[in-house]
Ligand binder design. Structure first.
Ligand code: ACO
Length: 327
């Protein structure tokens, strides 16, 4: 008979990352636009970013990160149940990047779809995967964030083109029956406010015929909303789980700007050693930034089994959200 005291949870069993080979430092950017290392570091904390080569598409990078996550978990791709890809830079409108990745991985039994929620896409993906796993629809879901924002950048707009980079990160979530206090996703909280859609968007789509599109951001406006909205999402996560900031081992935030990350960390009263920062080496990789930061923290031995992680992101939409995950 099933043990009634056990809880069905989505447990992280593997993580992976892919970064393009080409690195551009702030000095490299200063050769293309009127900017400086000093300005970029002071306003954002960014020191370098990776830019994809032509073959390093969202599907290619996502498949590499996904393959690593499966290998770490020891799961045969043929046993995978589903693939959710969070991206705003899919290879094509369709087929979905997720099914391109399914083919590349040989995950023949998996279904897959893309999810568009800009920089919050990975948190949205975790939330959907969590529901599917706890409902028993599938036993395993690969959640991938993969982006080639370099292809959306307007190199005549120095306020945005220095902020973004390319890359992919992935986690494998598997349904497990665990004891209270055991590993898994404890909660996800999602939010959106479409009335703020015009402060951060891409200026192309089927509504007009302008090609190629560019990312447009009213940075100050986004910044003004970011810290308060993120603090709200984080507090909702703590309150629902009857936890305080002291219980959090690591904050794994979306890596848009070090000043936003520091602002949220400060509101929570978290010391710097409990905040994961990768924005200096990856810049803002949108939906890929949290799984890339997570893979980095695992690689460095900071995110180990038993640790409680708080994930948060805000992006175009506006969309934002938080997730609490015990490793
Ligand atoms: N190099 C040098 N100077 C620059 C640059 C640059 N790259 N960009 C702007 N400047 C100048 C401006 O021209 C301006 O000069 P002025 O005062 O002479 O007019 C000055 O620097 C200040 O410009 P601001 O735009 O006001 O700079 P701010 O301090 O607001 O920083 C930034 C800009 C970094 C974009 C900040 O607003 C920010 O981080 N915003 C939030 C970004 C974010 O979190 N986005 C969400 C996720 S992204 C997604 O969802 C896709």
């Amino acid at each position: 008979m099933a043990d009634q005291s056990l809880l069905k949870r989505a447990v992280l069993t593997g993580a992976g990352a892919y970064l393009p080979e080409q690195i551009l430092t702030n000095e490299d950017m200063a050769k293309r636009v009127d900017t400086s290392d000093e300005w970029i570091v002071e306003r954002t904390g960014i020191r370098q970013r990776h830019f994809a080569a032509p073959h390093e598409t969202a599907a290619y990078m996502g498949a590499e990160a996904g393959r690593q996550a499966l290998e770490k978990a020891g799961l045969n791709p043929e046993s995978l149940g589903a693939i959710i890809v969070a991206t705003s830079t899919p290879d094509q409108a369709f087929p979905a990047t997720a099914v391109r990745i399914q083919a590349s991985l040989g995950a023949k039994k998996a279904f897959g779809f893309d999810l568009s929620a800009a920089c919050s896409g990975f948190i949205y993906g975790l939330s959907v995967a969590d529901a599917m796993l706890r409902a028993g629809q599938v036993k395993s879901v690969l959640v991938i964030g993969t982006e080639v924002f370099s292809r959306l950048l307007n190199f005549e707009d120095r306020t945005t083109c220095v902020l973004f980079g390319d890359g992919a990160g992935a986690v494998l979530l598997e349904a497990r029956d665990v004891e209270q206090g055991g590993p898994g996703l404890l909660s996800t909280h999602l939010y959106a406010d479409g009335s703020l859609g015009d402060i951060l968007y891409v200026d192309c789509g089927t509504h007009d015929n302008r090609k190629p599109g560019h990312l447009v951001m009213h940075g100050r406006e986004v910044f003004r909303h970011a810290v308060n909205l993120l603090a709200g999402a984080v507090n909702d996560a703590l309150a629902e789980n009857k936890l305080s900031a002291d219980d959090i081992d690591l904050l794994v935030p979306h890596q848009a700007n070090k000043r936003i990350i520091d602002g949220v960390g400060k509101k929570l009263g978290l010391p710097a050693e409990r905040v994961v920062i990768t924005v200096h080496k990856h810049a803002n990789t949108s939906a890929a930034s949290i799984p890339l930061a997570l893979a980095d923290a695992i690689q460095e031995g900071r995110a180990v089994p038993g640790k409680l992680l708080l994930l948060e992101a805000l992006g175009g939409g506006l969309t934002w959200g938080s997730a609490l995950l015990r490793l």
